[in-house]
Design a protein around this ligand. Structure first.
Ligand SMILES: CCCCCCCCCCCCCCCCCC(=O)SCCNC(=O)CCNC(=O)[C@H](O)C(C)(C)COP(=O)(O)OP(=O)(O)OC[C@H]1O[C@@H](n2cnc3c(N)ncnc32)[C@H](O)[C@@H]1OP(=O)(O)O
Ligand SMILES: Cc1cc2nc3c(=O)[nH]c(=O)nc-3n(C[C@H](O)[C@H](O)[C@H](O)COP(=O)(O)OP(=O)(O)OC[C@H]3O[C@@H](n4cnc5c(N)ncnc54)[C@H](O)[C@@H]3O)c2cc1C
Length: 669
């Protein structure tokens, strides 16, 4: 990063930073070598010039946007191919190039090929038999074929057992017949489905020998490999314009008795033999494996979006000056307002908190997947419960963080040139896709209710819920401790208290004659809240314990800042959840006063490092793509440059003046 022509306010911020930014960059990347590898990957991608646009893409038509997105996605894949030839790192190259940091810089409005690598290939890897993998994976990796994942239908997204697409086995031809019996059975939403993919994983109700065995994955060819024309019986198109992600080419798909070979059912877990005999999977939930994978990787993705948003807003807040609280003194940088620090520093801490939680979840995912492959399903429910609540809370927090950053930039945050609106479009979509957030919180709640019942029966609990038994062991509430450990225990007590209340309210409702399902529904606002509380307890605990492991390996200056961030995060959430803490712990008014002062003191301590902390996210200007957030802080020049690129500014008088305005003003229209 060059220091030439940097805005003086921003330079002063950098000069007063108390820690070594490069040390933190390396720590976030996972070591000096990893930083070098990342930079090399970025160089490889950016040197292709894929991110450079003659006309800013926001001014293009819907059709042009799609065409540009395809072009960029292909060029990006060309770079991945090159990387593969060099290091053969497989999915790691895909993750690095296409994830929320680099990928979303090139394809700001989403990519029509995302589903190919995020769900099509992972489904082949997780659900196809070895022979099927040999047949399909090479072609998919090399992009000789382009796939997507078609599960959601017009009528059902959440309730996948209710999907209507059928795959009926015909033993006479050894084929499955795929059919959409109703309008609501049409597949609806899959990314890249409309005009990009020529193959597709289809989740359909499997019928054989007259019996339905629930939803299963099938690989289906949609389009001719040469002409790209839809094949016979395939009704396919695009679903239209959305709030954001308009480059993703989401599509619809209907089947009119489309025949596919028996071998196109993915048969790693369950099978249909030639004569139509159905062979059961060890667990029907293994068919949901790809969704779990994506929920896990999304947590990391959300960190990248938050890091981008907070980098933009923080640098802008160091450059922007507004108001005059003290007469005869210059206008302060808006970053000097404590309210602004409150809005932004929690964003920095959240990136670190979710980053460490995402790594921890990713490790657990890999371990449990290896166990599943060895036939051990014991930890699957715990992983499902964790991935659901962490997906829900990380996406909700990320969307909230991006929107807060946008608002923190005042009017200029509303400009697409800030890159905050499209970043919001990408993050808020994640609150819905891959499992709607409330629905996922309620999945975790099922697990928590069971854990509570197990604890009540004196049974041992899995590690991530073991606190339920511990915090309930004493009869009286222990005294409140205004320490980080004390607050985390307080959050565990809140979560356990809420779960306990849910269990007792469900029981009470059942005792009045309600069915379990109705009692569950009547309690579901509390259940979702208990699930969120559990997730908050996990987030705080993991952030704290994982940071404790790291801090002894870094310089004292960095150690101090990392611990301040943990304190900030934990105290922030304590203040956000005072009602819960007052209800379930012995926190007092005096403790709350202390917490508030602690928080304000932390903001003041972190203030001098605010810009250094976002610089340590090390997001290059070409990736940040923001007039407000560039490294040099030339905010006003960049805003004007962006304005001048508006096609409306290409001519001094627009033709509508002569066509409409003038006749209207002269009373002739
Ligand atoms: C290559 C790497 C590159 C990475 C780069 C990073 C970039 C990332 C970028 C990402 C961009 C993504 C683009 C957009 C993608 C969107 C794709 C989609 O939305 S696709 C569409 C996504 N669509 C959705 O997500 C749909 C959401 N809906 C669902 O998932 C399900 O229907 C359901 C879970 C809600 C209910 O299912 P139902 O069958 O009715 O189940 P019941 O309620 O009756 O519970 C029965 C039992 O099953 C249990 N269990 C359940 N699931 C699992 C599991 N996975 N496992 C284990 N267990 C599970 C459950 O706990 C319960 O246990 P118990 O209590 O009885 O013991
Ligand atoms: C940008 C984007 C990309 C997508 N990409 C794909 C894709 O590639 N492939 C694919 O197959 N799908 C895709 N989807 C679909 C997505 O997975 C679904 O939209 C999602 O799972 C939610 O389902 P739904 O739309 O049916 O919502 P609904 O389930 O209808 O949700 C509507 C409301 O009902 C509530 N609700 C529903 N069920 C319950 C319940 N049991 N308890 C309490 N409340 C409930 C929800 O909380 C929500 O408030 C995509 C969606 C989006 C927005």
């Amino acid at each position: 990063m060059s220091n030439t022509k940097v805005n003086p306010d921003l330079q002063r911020e950098r000069d007063k930073c108390t820690f070594n930014v490069t040390e933190l960059i390396n720590l976030i990347d996972g070591g000096v070598q990893k930083t070098e590898e990342r930079k090399k990957q970025e160089d490889m991608v950016l040197s292709e010039g894929i991110h450079i646009e003659d006309v800013p893409s926001e001014y293009l038509s819907h059709k042009e946007k799609y065409e540009l997105a395809v072009k960029k996605a292909c060029l990006l894949f060309k770079v991945i191919r090159k990387m593969q030839e060099e290091d053969n790192a497989g999915m790691e190259n895909y993750r690095a190039v296409l994830g929320g940091k680099l990928g979303s810089a090139i394809l700001q409005d989403g990519s029509p090929l995302t589903l190919h690598y995020v769900m099509f290939i992972p489904t082949l890897m997780g659900q196809a038999s070895v022979e099927q993998q040999v047949h399909w994976i090479g072609r998919a990796f090399d992009l000789n074929i382009i796939g997507t994942y078609a599960q959601t239908e017009l009528g059902h997204g959440t309730f996948i057992r209710g999907l209507e697409t059928t795959a009926t086995y015909d033993p006479s031809t050894k084929e499955f017949v795929l059919h959409s019996p109703t309008l609501t059975a049409y597949k609806w939403w899959p990314g890249g489905l409309a005009h990009t993919a020529n193959y597709c994983i289809v989740m359909a109700q499997l019928y054989t020998k007259g019996q339905c065995h629930g939803i299963h994955p099938f690989i289906v060819q949609l389009r001719d490999e040469e002409t790209h024309m839809p094949l016979k019986g395939i009704k396919i198109g695009e679903i239209g314009v959305k709030l954001g992600m308009n480059g993703t080419n989401n599509g619809f798909l209907g089947f009119d008795h489309v025949r596919i070979p028996r071998e196109h059912m993915l048969m790693k877990n369950s099978k249909v033999l030639e004569d139509g005999t159905y062979v059961n999977s060890p667990s029907s939930k293994l068919a949901y494996g790809t969704m779990m994978f994506v929920r896990v990787v999304l947590v990391t993705d959300m960190c990248n979006y938050m890091a981008k948003a907070v980098t933009i807003a923080m640098r802008y807040s160091a450059v922007r000056r507004q108001s005059q609280p003290k007469p005869n003194e210059p206008e302060p940088q808006i970053l000097d307002y404590l309210t602004q620090q409150h809005k932004l520093l929690i964003g920095v801490a959240s990136v670190h908190a979710f980053r460490l939680n995402a790594d921890w979840l990713w490790n657990m995912y890999n371990n449990v997947t290896a166990e599943l492959d060895a036939g051990d399903l014991e930890r699957l429910p715990e992983l499902h419960a964790l991935s659901c609540c962490l997906k829900a809370v990380s996406t909700a927090d990320a969307a909230e963080c991006v929107e807060r950053c946008r608002l923190a930039c005042g009017g200029h945050g509303y400009m697409l040139a800030s890159n905050l609106p499209s970043t919001y479009g990408l993050t808020t979509a994640a609150c819905t896709y891959e499992g709607e957030n409330t629905v996922l919180l309620l999945q975790t709640a099922r697990y928590l209710v069971k854990a509570w019942q197990q604890a009540a029966g004196g049974n041992a609990l899995t590690p991530t819920v073991s606190y339920i038994a511990t915090v309930n062991s004493g009869r009286r509430l222990p005294p409140w401790e205004n320490t980080i450990e004390g607050i985390i225990k307080g959050f565990q007590r809140v979560a356990a208290g809420k779960i306990g209340l849910c269990v007792s309210n469900i029981e009470k409702r059942q005792n009045t004659g309600l069915s379990y399902e109705d009692a569950w529904n009547m309690t579901s606002v509390q259940l979702a809240s208990a699930s969120e509380a559990h997730c908050r307890a996990i987030l705080l605990y993991t952030y704290y314990t994982e940071t404790e492991k790291i801090v002894n390996t870094v310089s004292p200056a960095l150690r101090q800042v990392l611990l301040q961030l943990v304190d900030l995060y934990v105290v922030y959430w304590a203040l956000q959840r005072l009602g819960d803490l007052l209800r379930f712990t012995s926190i007092s008014e005096k403790d709350i006063d202390e917490l508030q002062r602690w928080y304000e003191d932390l903001l003041t301590k972190l203030r001098p490092n605010a810009v250094g902390l976002v610089d340590a996210f090390d997001i290059r200007d070409e990736i940040l793509r923001s007039a407000l957030g560039a490294y040099d802080g030339r905010v006003y020049e960049r805003l004007m440059e962006a304005a001048l690129r508006s096609p409306l500014n290409a001519e001094p008088v627009n033709s509508s003046f002569h066509k409409y305005l003038k006749p209207f003003m002269q009373g002739k229209l």
